[in-house]
Design a protein around this ligand. Structure first.
Ligand code: F6P
Length: 396
C-alpha cells in the first residue's frame, strides 16, 4: 500500500538520520582533545576528474599558506579523487610530500572520474556514497575539505557543502569552462602545448602545400581551441559553440589558395559540430557518432575537404599531451595565488566557496551560485569578432 510504503521510508529516514547524528557525535567526542594537542587546522585534499598541469602547484600553495600561518597543521590526502573519500583511502601527508612539486605535472594524489549524476546512486555493493564520504570526513574530524577539480567535481563539492561539510573548491581544467572564474588552472599550460603543435604543423603544412587539421581538446566548449588557434595563427577555427557549414570551410580554404597561400591550418575542437548535426536531438546525434566511420569530427571534416577540393588533407590529434607535463609559469603563479587565498579562507573559517580569478583579483565565489553552470565561448563576443575581423573563418 502506497501510504504504508511512505511510512516505512520515513521511518528508515529517521533511523538513518539518528545514526548519522550519532556517528558525527562519536567522532566529535573522540576528537575533543584536539585543542590540547595544539592542532589548529586539519584539512583534507583531493583532486578529482581529468588531471591537468598545476594540480600539485595548487595543493602546495594551500599547504604553504596554512603551514606558514597556523600553529599546527594536519593534511590528509585522499587518493584517486572522491573514491578516496568514499572508501576511506587516505594518508596523513608530511611537508616532504609538498616539497619539489611546484613544477611537477599530474597529481601526487591520483584522480578519477566519479560522475555527479551517480553520486546519489549506491555503488555495486549497495554503499551510499554520499553518506560514506560524510563518515570519512567526520571520522577524521576535518576542519575543511579542499577539492580541486572541474565542473562535475564542483557539482559534487557543492552537494557535500549542502550536506553540511566545510568545502573549498579550486577551479581546475584545461577547458577553462568553469563559470564564475575568468581563468582555470591548466588552461594556459594546455594552450602552450596545443599552440606548439599547431606551430610545428605550420612548417610541414607549408612544405607540402597541404591542409592540416589539429584537433584540440574540448568536447563542450572551445576556449582551448580558440586560444591555441589564435596563438598559433590558425586560418580556420571550429568550435562547439559555433556550428560550422562545411561549404563555408571549403570557401575559406579556396580563398587562401586563390590568394596564393599554399596551405591552410584548421584548429578544430573535439566537440565541433556541423550546422546540420546541431539540429539533431541529443539522442540522434549520439546515434550518429556511434555509427560513424570516423574516429572523431576532424576526420569527417578532412574527408569532406578532400572530396570537395581534392587538396591533400591530414589530421593531427595531440590528445592527452595537452594535459601533460609541467605547468607553465602563468599557472604556477595562478595556483600559488589561489592556494594562498584558499589558506586564508580556511583560517577565516569561510567555507562553501570556489577560489576564483575576477579581473586579475583572487576572490571567493559561493559554490551555490556557480555549481552546474558552464562558461562557454559567446559566438558574438569581442574575441570572436576580433578574430573574424582578421580574416579567421569559424566556418559559419
Ligand atoms: O575536461 C578535460 C578534458 O581533457 C577535455 O578537454 C576532454 O574532452 C576530456 O577531458 C577527456 O577526458 P578523458 O581524459 O576522460 O578521456
Amino acid at each position: 500500500h502506497p501510504f504504508l510504503h511512505t511510512a516505512i521510508v520515513e521511518k528508515k529516514k529517521i533511523y538513518y538520520n539518528k545514526k548519522q547524528a550519532n556517528v558525527k557525535g562519536i567522532y566529535e567526542k573522540k576528537n575533543n582533545n584536539r585543542k590540547d594537542c595544539n592542532i589548529m587546522k586539519r584539512i583534507g585534499l583531493l583532486t578529482s576528474g581529468g588531471d591537468c598541469q598545476a594540480l600539485n602547484a595548487a595543493m602546495r600553495g594551500v599547504v604553504k599558506g596554512l603551514s606558514n600561518n597556523v600553529d599546527g597543521l594536519e593534511v590528509y590526502g585522499f587518493f584517486d579523487g572522491y573514491k578516496g573519500l568514499i572508501y576511506g583511502k587516505y594518508r596523513l601527508l608530511t611537508s616532504g610530500d609538498f616539497s619539489g612539486i611546484l613544477t611537477k605535472g599530474g597529481t601526487i594524489l591520483g584522480t578519477s572520474r566519479q560522475p555527479f549524476k551517480l553520486m546519489r546512486e549506491p555503488d555495486e555493493n549497495g554503499l551510499n556514497k554520499v553518506e560514506a564520504m560524510k563518515q570519512t570526513y567526520y571520522k577524521l574530524n576535518l576542519d575543511c575539505l579542499v577539492i580541486l577539480g572541474g565542473n562535475g567535481t564542483q557539482k559534487t563539492a557543492n552537494l557535500l557543502r549542502e550536506e553540511g561539510l566545510n568545502i573549498i573548491h579550486l577551479p581546475k581544467t584545461i577547458d577553462n569552462d568553469i563559470y564564475g572564474t575568468d581563468m582555470t588552472f591548466g588552461f594556459q599550460s594546455a594552450i602552450d602545448i596545443a599552440a606548439d603543435v599547431i606551430d610545428c604543423i605550420h612548417t610541414t603544412a607549408s612544405s607540402h602545400s597541404r591542409v592540416f587539421i589539429v584537433e584540440v581538446m574540448g568536447h563542450k566548449v572551445g576556449w582551448l581551441t580558440l586560444y591555441a588557434g589564435l596563438a598559433a595563427g590558425a586560418d580556420i577555427i571550429l568550435l562547439p559553440e559555433i556550428p560550422y557549414d562545411i561549404d563555408k570551410v571549403v570557401e575559406a580554404i579556396q580563398k587562401r589558395s586563390k590568394d596564393g597561400k599554399g596551405f591552410t591550418i584548421l584548429a578544430v575542437a573535439e566537440g565541433a559540430i556541423s550546422k546540420k548535426d546541431a539540429k539533431l536531438s541529443k539522442k540522434e546525434y549520439k546515434k550518429k557518432i556511434e555509427s560513424s566511420k570516423y574516429p572523431s569530427v576532424s576526420y569527417e571534416v578532412a574527408d569532406l575537404i578532400i572530396k570537395k577540393t581534392g587538396i591533400d588533407t591530414r589530421v593531427t590529434v595531440p590528445g592527452h599531451t595537452q594535459r601533460g607535463g609541467s605547468p607553465c609559469p602563468y599557472d604556477r603563479v595562478l595556483c600559488s595565488r589561489l592556494g594562498a587565498e584558499a589558506a586564508q579562507a580556511i583560517i577565516d573559517g569561510d567555507y562553501g566557496n570556489m577560489i576564483a580569478v575576477k579581473a586579475s583579483k583572487i576572490v571567493r565565489v559561493p559554490l551555490e551560485k556557480v555549481a552546474g553552470k558552464l562558461k562557454m565561448v559567446e559566438p558574438d563576443s569581442q574575441i570572436i569578432k576580433e578574430a573574424q575581423f582578421m580574416g579567421i573563418s569559424f566556418g559559419n
